[in-house]
Write a protein that binds this ligand. Structure first.
Ligand SMILES: CC(C)(COP(=O)(O)OP(=O)(O)OC[C@H]1O[C@@H](n2cnc3c(N)ncnc32)[C@H](O)[C@@H]1OP(=O)(O)O)[C@@H](O)C(=O)NCCC(=O)NCCS
Length: 347
């Protein structure tokens, strides 16, 4: 099921939840999104369940496939250790004095790298780099907790990094890369050989590593260095945006009888949403014009006396950019009955 990710939430200023699913039940997922006021859900499913992905259309909220992760494994027991190709390469366990060097390396290596975060237009690319830096920093000076961060230096110049985790007999390469100016010289190959030997000597039996499907260079190295493909996972993002608002949220209670209950229920709801959102937009974004709607009807208001209409603004693209408004209609028991996302052009 979905679990709150404090780390991602703090990094991106959103309520981020993560979960790995064996099967995809849109009602279960939607229930969890609503119950937790999720802004962004990062959902992982095994690639062999890709045929279930279409079910996500059933939640009616914005979602997209953000990346495909491929996992490889190298057995370490009895693995023949190979010499490093770069004789001048030195690997150094990073300490607190290396944090700024580490930040620079991570920024240079990952600025243009596309993983699932980079696929999401909601997440600022600067924040994505900062997330990588924060991620790498968490491995510095933490060997006692099974976390390792090595810097690779040539002639005392830091040119690459590799962070790893050791849990029991299983080691995992986490974040790793080489400065583009030093690519193609076998530095990455050497780092892989180094960590294979390091964890093999410490009694680990398996070394795991993952990357995006498109990363041919990394996979080429792994296959040459004794790794085999083990599995693939799809990452899906659901930009539910149920909590975030760049402006104060507005809440209006509407008496259903007074709102004119003639017509089918969807027409009544539509009239209510239309009235309330225009009223709010006129105050919050005067002159703004809607250009795209996406509505999801979740349940009936039949027999209810009143409903609550909440208007939030999850995104504001600034001058020249569009504004997203979200209207959430709930019944007296606070059960969500309708969600309506609207893109507005600035007036
Ligand atoms: C992927 C990366 C780690 C490779 O580092 P590197 O030091 O250049 O790697 P090596 O020199 O050991 O080997 C790379 C091999 O892939 C090849 N290669 C490089 N780019 C390639 C590409 N786009 N497609 C296919 N092969 C490629 C190289 O020619 C080399 O093969 P060769 O030895 O037969 O010539 C580095 O480019 C990088 O940091 N990229 C950004 C971050 C990243 O991808 N991290 C790793 C996984 S998350």
């Amino acid at each position: 099921m979905l679990e709150y990710s404090a780390l991602d939430s703090e990094r991106f200023g959103l309520r981020v939840f993560r979960g790995t699913f064996g099967t995809l039940d849109p009602d279960v997922l939607l229930g969890a999104l609503l119950a937790n006021d999720v802004d962004l859900a990062v959902v992982r499913i095994a690639a062999e369940n890709q045929y279930l992905l279409h079910r996500l259309d059933g939640i009616g909220l914005p979602w997209f496939a953000a990346d495909t992760l491929v996992w490889y494994e190298s057995p370490l027991t009895g693995l023949q250790s190979r010499p490093l190709r770069n004789e001048r390469l030195v690997l150094l366990l990073a300490g607190d004095s290396h944090l700024s060097v580490l930040d620079r390396l991570v920024a240079d290596i990952f600025r243009g790298y596309h993983n699932h975060y980079a696929s999401n237009p909601l997440l600022d690319s600067q924040m994505v780099v900062a997330a990588y830096q924060d991620w790498a920093r968490r491995y510095v000076g933490s060997e006692a907790r099974g976390r390792f961060c090595w810097l690779a230096l040539i002639d005392e110049q830091p040119v690459a990094l590799v962070t790893c985790e050791l849990a029991g007999s299983e080691a995992t390469i986490v974040l790793n890369g080489v400065l583009s100016g030093y690519a193609g010289r076998g530095i990455y190959t050497d780092m892989v050989r180094y960590v294979q030997r390091y964890f093999g000597n410490r009694g680990a039996t398996t070394l795991r590593v993952s990357t995006q499907l498109h990363n041919r260079a990394a996979q080429k190295v792994w296959l040459r260095e004794g790794f085999a493909f083990s599995r693939a996972q799809l990452t899906v993002h659901v930009n539910a945006l149920l909590d975030r608002s760049v402006r104060a949220k507005r809440q209006i209670d509407v008496r259903l009888a007074a709102s004119g209950s003639c017509g089918s229920e969807i027409h009544v709801l539509h009239r209510i949403v239309d009235q309330v959102q225009r009223q709010c937009w006129n105050v919050d974004y005067p002159g703004a014009r809607p250009h795209r709607f996406r509505c999801r009807l979740l349940g009936s208001l039949d027999g209810r006396d009143s409903c609550r209409v909440a208007v939030s603004y999850p995104c504001d693209g600034g001058p020249g950019g569009s504004i997203t408004s979200l209207v959430r209609v709930s019944d007296e028991q606070r059960q969500t009955r309708l969600l309506c996302y609207c893109e507005l052009d600035r007036g």
